[in-house]
Design a protein around this ligand. Structure first.
Ligand SMILES: NC(=O)c1ccc[n+]([C@@H]2O[C@H](COP(=O)([O-])OP(=O)(O)OC[C@H]3O[C@@H](n4cnc5c(N)ncnc54)[C@H](OP(=O)(O)O)[C@@H]3O)[C@@H](O)[C@H]2O)c1
Length: 339
């Protein structure tokens, strides 16, 4: 096979739509590996791109940051990888270790550079990682963004056994937050708009659950559940519409990991002063480095954490997979298989 299938984002009115096309299978140059993609997972970010909610020009771009597959060819100078190695993509191709630098914004898969929704993709030899053997390609494809973001947030906040962690909703980041924090010995509170999803979260070890629709003052419920102490860490995926409540239920000395924009990109309502009175902190989190990914993989293996995949779609059904993610009916991750 010398040609391959790929999906690309094409402008459509004020948004984008997915268009499938064929292209030559590329050849890896210096510093690159060619990966035969077996599975791709979607993130809310992929909805932001296709809806053009962030006003970013992604015309012509292959979308999606999260893929897993096997290396089929390596560039002339690449000695670290061989054909047959099973790898997952790193969201930021250039962020291998250390503190984040602004230059990495030019190297985000499916954003500034082509992503992974294709039969084969060229990736940086430094922008892929091995994943634990017990994981399938579909499971590994859920790790690069959602799992690593939850991991980085929890690590940055100094997660310890016995801590209480709050995750908002039951999407990809939050369910990884539940699984990782639970595996580390924390008590996890999960919120959701649906009682069935809360029951599901309890089957994955949630300590307490709250329906944020029937309990709009959920921060008060969290406060009561924690005997007026609050939670040590919050994976804040809601953004401006939930931040004030998160500030209301974070514990003294606790951490709010600012991650998401599910309620929009606007300014938060309310005062940030609770951070001061509680001696608490807020950390901006943007996925994580390849080194963070390695550390997370070791933790996943040690605790045999299995990613939660709600539903898998075939490659040709990518638009349906996007629609399903947009419906919000999923629990955990949505995957597109590429075979
Ligand atoms: N900074 C980063 O590095 C980073 C990385 C990954 C994701 N993110 C951001 O984090 C957010 C979550 O991403 P994701 O991929 O995990 O999303 P996702 O899988 O699409 O999760 C969507 C779920 O979030 C819940 N939700 C929606 N509105 C909510 C609200 N007002 N309060 C509480 N929960 C709400 C719903 O859960 P229920 O159905 O249970 O109510 C919904 O099903 C997005 O804004 C994304 O852009 C940021």
């Amino acid at each position: 096979m010398t040609t391959q299938r790929e999906w690309r984002l094409t402008p459509h009115e004020k948004e984008y739509r997915l268009q499938q096309s064929t292209a030559e299978i590329p050849t890896p140059g210096p510093g690159q590996v060619l990966v035969r993609i077996r599975a791709v997972s979607l993130n809310y970010r992929d909805l932001i791109q296709i809806r053009n909610s962030a006003g970013r020009n992604v015309a012509g771009r292959i979308p999606a940051s999260d893929g897993a597959g096997e290396i089929v060819a390596v560039g002339p100078d690449v000695t670290t990888w061989q054909p047959g190695d099973r790898v997952a993509s790193c969201f930021f191709q250039s962020w291998t270790a250390g503190r984040f630098e602004m230059r990495h914004h030019q190297q985000d898969l499916g954003g500034t550079i082509d992503g992974v929704l294709a039969d084969h993709v060229l990736l940086s030899a430094e922008g892929v990682t091995r994943f634990p053997n017990y994981l399938s390609f579909s499971e590994a494809a859920t790790l690069p963004c959602a799992a690593l973001t939850a991991w980085t947030a929890l690590q940055r906040g100094g997660l310890q056994a016995g801590n209480t962690v709050l995750v908002l909703g039951t999407g990809g980041v939050s369910i990884f937050g539940l699984q990782l924090a639970k595996a580390a010995g924390a008590r996890v509170i999960v919120t959701s708009s649906q009682d069935e999803k809360l029951a599901h979260a309890r089957s994955f070890g949630a300590w307490e659950t709250i329906n944020y629709r029937s309990t709009p003052d959920w921060e008060k419920a969290v406060w009561q559940l924690t005997e007026k102490r609050g939670v040590d860490q919050i994976l804040e995926v809601g953004g401006p519409g939930t931040l004030e409540k998160s500030l209301g239920c974070v514990a003294a000395g606790g951490q709010i990991a600012l991650i998401g924009v599910l309620t929009g990109f606007g300014a938060p309502s309310g005062s940030l002063f609770p951070l001061v009175t509680k001696n608490a902190r807020m950390d901006g989190i943007y996925v994580g480095s390849r080194d963070d990914f390695h550390q997370m993989n070791r933790f996943l293996e040690q605790h045999q954490v299995k990613p939660v995949i709600d539903r898998e779609f075939a490659f040709d059904e990518a638009p349906q997979a996007y629609d399903y993610l947009a419906s919000g009916n999923h629990f955990g991750k949505v995957v597109i298989t590429v075979t």
